[in-house]
Ligand binder design. Structure first.
Ligand SMILES: *Cc1c(COP(=O)(O)O)cnc(C)c1O
Length: 365
């Protein structure tokens, strides 16, 4: 059996080290807003070359806290792709603004050519979603934003460490957000998230908002909320950061193996492989491809012991009619009839990847 993601082995592969960290943190009674969080915030910010990284409770909170700090409010509109997790749109909804959903482009990211026609006089921002560990074409998004005087924000939950033209995901616009959900690139043993920004004002505001509006002396400066990143999770994440560059190398290696093994199959459309001297440095949160006879392939692989996933249960955001969406986005809908994710994580062995490749070849033969 090759599971899609091995949650147990996340802990087991380094059990002794983690027990040591948990003992250390708990015996200090250091649970909330302690030095481990501060250290993680400093180290993780340095890792992606950003001035501020603020730990918050999860990736969804990070988005709405950022929008709140920007002063986005009711009546405002934000353009984002429908090919994303419901959380991206929900954060916009809960700030009182309206998520305006756009098409999926040929690169499976936000379709740059579908942004301008959705801009109205209520539009405040474009939200780039850095799906699967890859950045959107940020030059073109920034160009449109500048022309219409819009903000750029990033849901980079899936792209910690990804780069476009040597700028890190999360650091292109007013703010970016990350999720440390266990199965994310940098995963904790529970929920966790962060907001990053180079803007001191946004950073100060989010620091207040995440802790009941209190400053470092405990004075309440404004209405706030509780959305702190757990200190214990921060200690774990800080430790994981040490080996994170190696994990990215391994993910890119696996992506190269998949590419080499599968790129001759004409029924498949693979993601771009990792390349030197590319504008894109992808970190492969997921290995998502488009496949003809997708549902049959999924069953065939399952019968052969390989678990795959169809992202977000096969549903783009605009398909959730109970939420009031009524648009039709044919390119996105077509994508969701073909998309499938193969196992992509650091617990996979070369022989696992070769086995998966061999089975897919057999299916299309
Ligand atoms: C995981 C994810 C989120 C939400 O993160 P949580 O930590 O689960 O709240 C938001 N957007 C995208 C694209 C994600 O993949």
């Amino acid at each position: 059996m090759i599971p899609f993601f091995n949650y147990q082995s996340l802990f087991k592969e380094n059990e002794e080290e983690y027990i040591k960290i948990i003992k250390d943190v708990c015996s200090r009674g250091a649970y909330i807003l302690q030095k481990d969080l501060e250290e993680f915030e400093k180290n993780a910010a340095a890792f992606i070359n950003v001035k501020h990284l603020i730990g918050v409770a999860n990736g969804t909170d990070a988005i709405w806290l950022g929008l709140k700090a920007l002063g986005i409010s009711s009546g405002d509109e934000i353009i984002l792709p429908s090919h994303t997790y419901i959380a991206s749109a929900a954060a916009i909804h809960f700030i009182g603004a309206k998520p305006i959903l756009a098409e999926c482009g040929n690169d499976n990211m936000l379709d740059i050519n579908d942004i301008e026609r959705r801009i109205t006089n209520k539009t405040k921002a474009i939200m780039a979603v850095q799906i699967n560990g890859r950045c959107c074409d940020m030059d073109r998004i920034k160009e449109i934003a500048e022309r219409y005087k819009l903000l750029v924000v990033e849901d980079s939950a899936q792209a910690f460490g990804a780069r476009y033209k040597n700028t890190y995901a999360g650091t292109f616009g007013a703010f970016g957000t990350f999720s440390f959900y266990p199965a994310k690139l940098l995963g904790s043993f529970g929920d966790g998230g962060a907001l990053v920004t180079n803007d001191d004002k946004i950073a100060n505001k989010v620091r207040l908002l995440r802790d009941h509006g209190r400053d470092s002396h405990g004075n309440v400066i404004e209405w706030g909320f509780n959305s702190r990143l757990d200190n214990l999770q921060a200690a774990i994440l800080n430790h994981k950061l040490n080996n994170f560059p190696n994990e990215i190398i391994r993910r890119r290696e696996i992506a190269s193996m998949y590419h080499k093994g599968l790129n001759k199959i004409k029924e498949l459309r693979l993601p771009e492989p990792p390349m030197e001297n590319s504008d894109y440095f992808d970190v492969f949160q997921n290995y998502e491809l488009r496949a003809k006879k997708r549902n049959k392939l999924k069953i065939f692989l399952e019968d052969n012991g390989v678990k795959t996933i169809i992202q977000w249960a096969g549903s783009p955001v605009h398909s959730f009619k109970n939420l009031g969406f009524s648009e039709s986005l044919p390119k996105t809908e077509e994508f969701f009839t073909e998309c499938i994710m193969l196992p992509m994580n650091i617990t996979l062995k070369d022989e696992d990847i070769n086995y998966i490749i061999q089975k897919i070849k057999k299916f299309y033969k």
